[in-house]
Ligand binder design. Structure first.
Ligand code: FE
Ligand code: CA
Length: 536
């Protein structure tokens, strides 16, 4: 396993100008985590060169654009990454690079309110994560980066409302599953024009391997396993202009699903034939790359393959969002994964999706929150989605909550018993749009509805798709608590106020050719105080 945090080895080697105390402290914190991360990703853990200020670069450094994320009422994370090609031939060796930033209240930067610089260290792939503090609540800011005479695109971000303030309206988009080869990111082009407070991404931001029949562009190389592989894969995905535009348009809240590491992995169990040790080393590399390319705060307690990214975002009195991780801590899928008849393992109540710590944290939040809407932003479908085989026996999809029925029961009963206000579950993963009632007993049509689930389709995964499919028809027929299905590509937009939650399914008819227009395929509304969605 990874080495313990060592304070001495972090303190030693590099120097940063004195005027940048906050940045230096931030870098020291980064260094501590880095040791843990590097120990399992094969890089030397004692390389912390001095930070260097460049007067010129060898190429344009901001080829992956800018991003921001995880807003609070007074802070937000700003992100960029220096293209290593920009440093070529400049003799920077293993030095961290000073990157300048500018913050303004207008997109033309006539009113700059803050400037400064932070370091982009090679150990983090020359990524820069700035936690910008002391901001005003519910306020739009614009930011850009400078390096060696070059300037980045401008990003727009927005802080959250004060925790207990009354919020008129909050509008955000939900995205997932963006297999690069299977389509163009037209949906993101449209999303970037939606004027959003937030964009939530529920995972499968990258895919570790190639699949699908119709490929419009290609990944480089075979299935990825090393830190270098994952960095290259993120670089390919993030080179897309539409994805960059969506990142530049609003702050994001991002969690991962399986493909950020390996299809359907569970904790240290791989899909194929990797040993747990190999999968953990791969996970450490994949998680580090995720951090490097994502605008998130460095998770507290990260160490090698362990990276707790579950977290809570708060938007006034209106909305509390619990961002979950249902991959890192889960028990292995039962009965061999896939759609299977139940088996002994499936009925073992000790099996978990969330793991003990995350479950306790989530249950505490759901029991104590006073927000009008309580959101679980997570990966896999929670409402039951069973089918039947030719003998009429129930088939359970073992990778989703159906595969973990005891923990699902526990969660839904907890929400019911503790009277959690207006629970809404947001889901990705299955490349299709669904609306479902969450019930204490999915087999009983009269059982109480305790919440609503909106499942958002993929950005590209699965190709163009179609409105109705045999798969959709079969599952709708077998699951009366499911109210809607659509098998096309796009994203969801939620418009939320104290009285109602409107969910629009925004879709494009094609992703295999560029330029498809966006349209609302269906809209559903949940009234506060009344569980269950109605079509409008
Ligand atoms: Fe996916
Ligand atoms: Ca998935």
């Amino acid at each position: 396993m990874s080495k313990p945090y060592s304070r001495n080895s972090v303190r030693k080697p590099f120097c940063v100008p004195n005027k940048l105390v906050a940045s230096r402290r931030q870098f020291l914190r980064l260094g501590g985590s880095l040791l843990g991360m590097l120990a399992l990703s094969g890089l030397p853990s004692n390389v912390f060169g001095a930070s260097k200020r460049l007067s010129r670069v060898a190429a344009y450094p901001f080829t992956l654009g800018v991003a921001s994320g995880d807003p609070t009422s007074d802070s937000v994370i700003l992100w960029t990454r220096i293209d290593p090609a920009a440093l070529s031939g400049l003799g920077v060796d293993d030095d961290a690079i000073d990157v300048d930033y500018e913050i303004a209240t207008d997109s033309g930067f006539s009113n700059i309110i803050r400037t400064g610089n932070i370091v982009a260290p090679p150990q983090l792939g020359y990524s820069a994560h700035l936690e910008l503090r002391g901001l005003s609540p519910q306020t739009v800011y614009f930011y850009r980066w400078r390096l060696g005479g070059e300037i980045s695109p401008v990003g727009r971000t927005k802080t959250a409302p004060l925790a207990n303030s009354s919020v008129q309206s909050f509008k955000f988009a939900v995205a997932s599953c963006q297999q690069y080869e299977q389509g163009f990111y037209t949906a993101y082009e449209h999303m970037s024009n939606e004027d959003l407070d937030l964009i939530v991404h529920l995972g499968d931001y990258i895919y570790e391997s190639s699949w699908g029949d119709v490929l419009v562009r290609r990944h480089e190389g075979p299935e990825i396993v090393s830190l270098g592989d994952y960095r290259a894969r993120y670089t390919t995905y993030k080179s897309d202009a539409d994805l960059q535009a969506a990142h530049a348009s609003a702050p994001w809240a991002i969690t991962w699903d399986d493909h950020e590491v390996d299809n359907n992995y569970a904790s240290d169990i791989s899909q194929d034939d990797q040993t747990p040790e190999q999968l953990l080393a791969r996970r450490a590399a994949a998680y580090q790359a995720f951090y490097e390319f994502t605008p998130i705060r460095l998770p507290v307690g990260r160490q090698g393959p362990d990276m707790p990214i579950y977290r809570r975002l708060r938007f006034g009195n209106l909305l509390e969002m619990n961002v979950l991780d249902t991959r890192q801590y889960r028990s292995d899928q039962a009965c061999g994964d896939g759609r299977k008849r139940s088996c002994n393992d499936h009925m073992n109540p000790a099996r978990t999706l969330l793991g003990d710590a995350q479950k306790k944290w989530l249950f505490d939040s759901l029991a104590s929150s006073d927000a009008v809407w309580n959101v679980l932003a997570q990966q896999i479908m929670m409402a039951s989605l069973t089918s039947r085989d030719e003998q009429g026996e129930t088939l359970w999809p073992m990778d989703i909550w159906d595969g973990y029925p005891f923990e699902r029961d526990e969660l839904l009963n907890h929400i019911h018993d503790r009277k959690t206000l207006n629970p809404i579950v947001l889901t990705g993963d299955i490349h299709s749009n669904w609306v479902a009632d969450l019930k204490l007993d999915f087999d009983d049509p009269r059982s109480k509805i305790v919440g609503t689930e909106f499942v958002g389709t993929s950005i590209t995964s699965g190709g163009d798709g179609s409105d109705m499919t045999t798969y959709g028809e079969t599952l709708l027929a077998n699951n009366p608590h499911v109210k809607h299905y659509n098998g096309q590509r796009g994203y969801m937009v939620a418009t939320v106020n104290e009285k109602s939650w409107q969910n629009d399914f925004r879709i494009v008819d094609k992703v295999t050719v560029r330029g498809a227009p966006i349209r609302t395929q269906a809209s559903f509304v949940v009234e506060a105080g009344e569980a269950g969605a109605k079509r409008v």
